[in-house]
Write a protein that binds this ligand. Structure first.
Ligand SMILES: O=C(O)[C@H](O)COP(=O)(O)O
Length: 248
C-alpha cells in the first residue's frame, strides 16, 4: 500500500478577490500562507514524510509546497515542477470576477464554464497579453500545447500523461510522494483515480490548503481517501469554493 498526498495551494490573492486565475501567476494571500503552514503542521502531526514532491510552475503552488515542507523539515527533497500540473487555463475569463461574471451571464453559464467536463471558457486571442506563448517558462512547449483556454477534459489530457510517465513510476518505486497543485489540475487527477463520471465531476470542489490523502494498492488503485483536519470546516470550505461562481 502507498500513501500519497494531494495539496491544493493555499488561498491566493486572486482567490480572495474572487477572480478567475488559471495560468496567471498570482501569489498566496496572508490567509493562504497560514493555510500552507497549517497543512505542513497537520502532515507532521500525522507522521507524514516525503521523498519527492511534484508541483506546477505557478508560485501559489510552489510556495505552498515550500511552506508545508518547511514545517516537515523537508525543504531538501527533490521538487519536480511541471506546467502539466498548472491550473486549468481559464481562457478569456482570466482576471474577471466570478460573481460579477455570474451576474452578467447567469449562474448556470458560469457553472458550465467552471465545472463542466468538456465545455471550455471562451478562448484568448494569441495577441492577448494573457496568452502564455511568450512567457519563458513555457518556451519548451509546442504551439499546440500552449492553451488559449481549457475545459477539464483538456486538463486531464496533460495531467494524466504526467501522472503515468512521471508520478506513478516514482510511487511504484517506493517513493513517498506529495503533489502540490491547483483546484482543477487536482480535480483532473481525482477524476481519474476515483473513476468519477463526466457528470459527477461537476459537483467536486477541492478546498485550498487541505492535505488530501490517497491510500493506493499495488496497481495504484485507491483503497480510500480522506482530508486531514476538521471535517466540518473542510466541507464548509469546499461549499464556499462552489459558491464562488454564484451572483449571490
Ligand atoms: O483558476 C482559478 O480561478 C481557481 O484557481 C480555480 O477556480 P474555480 O474553482 O473557479 O475553477
Amino acid at each position: 500500500m502507498s500513501k500519497i498526498v494531494l495539496l491544493r495551494h493555499g488561498e491566493s490573492i486572486w482567490n480572495k478577490e474572487n477572480l478567475f486565475t488559471g495560468w496567471y501567476d498570482v501569489d498566496l494571500s496572508d490567509q493562504g500562507k497560514v493555510e500552507a503552514k497549517r497543512a505542513g503542521e497537520l502532515l507532521k502531526a500525522e507522521g507524514f514524510t516525503f521523498d519527492v514532491a511534484f508541483t506546477s510552475v505557478l508560485k501559489r503552488a510552489i510556495r505552498t509546497l515550500g511552506m508545508a515542507l518547511d514545517e516537515l523539515d523537508l525543504l531538501w527533497i527533490p521538487i519536480e515542477k511541471s506546467w502539466k500540473l498548472n491550473e486549468r487555463h481559464y481562457g478569456a475569463l482570466q482576471g474577471l470576477n466570478k460573481a460579477q461574471t455570474a451576474a452578467k451571464y447567469g449562474d448556470e453559464q458560469v457553472l458550465v464554464w467552471r465545472r463542466s467536463y468538456d465545455t471550455p471558457p471562451p478562448p484568448l486571442e494569441e495577441s492577448d497579453p494573457r496568452y502564455p506563448g511568450s512567457d519563458p517558462r513555457y518556451a519548451g512547449l509546442t504551439k499546440a500545447e500552449i492553451p488559449t483556454t481549457e475545459c477539464l477534459k483538456d486538463t486531464v489530457a496533460r495531467v494524466l500523461p504526467y501522472w503515468n510517465d512521471t508520478i506513478a513510476p516514482a510511487i511504484k518505486s517506493g517513493k513517498k510522494v506529495v503533489i502540490a497543485a491547483h483546484g482543477n489540475s487536482l480535480r483532473a487527477l481525482v477524476k481519474y483515480l476515483d473513476g468519477i463520471s463526466d457528470d459527477d465531476i461537476v459537483g467536486l470542489n477541492i478546498p485550498t490548503g487541505i492535505p488530501l490523502v490517497y491510500e493506493l494498492d499495488a496497481h495504484l488503485k485507491p483503497i480510500k481517501n480522506y482530508y486531514l483536519g476538521d471535517q466540518a470546516e473542510i466541507a464548509a470550505k469546499a461549499a464556499a469554493v462552489a459558491a464562488q461562481g454564484k451572483a449571490k
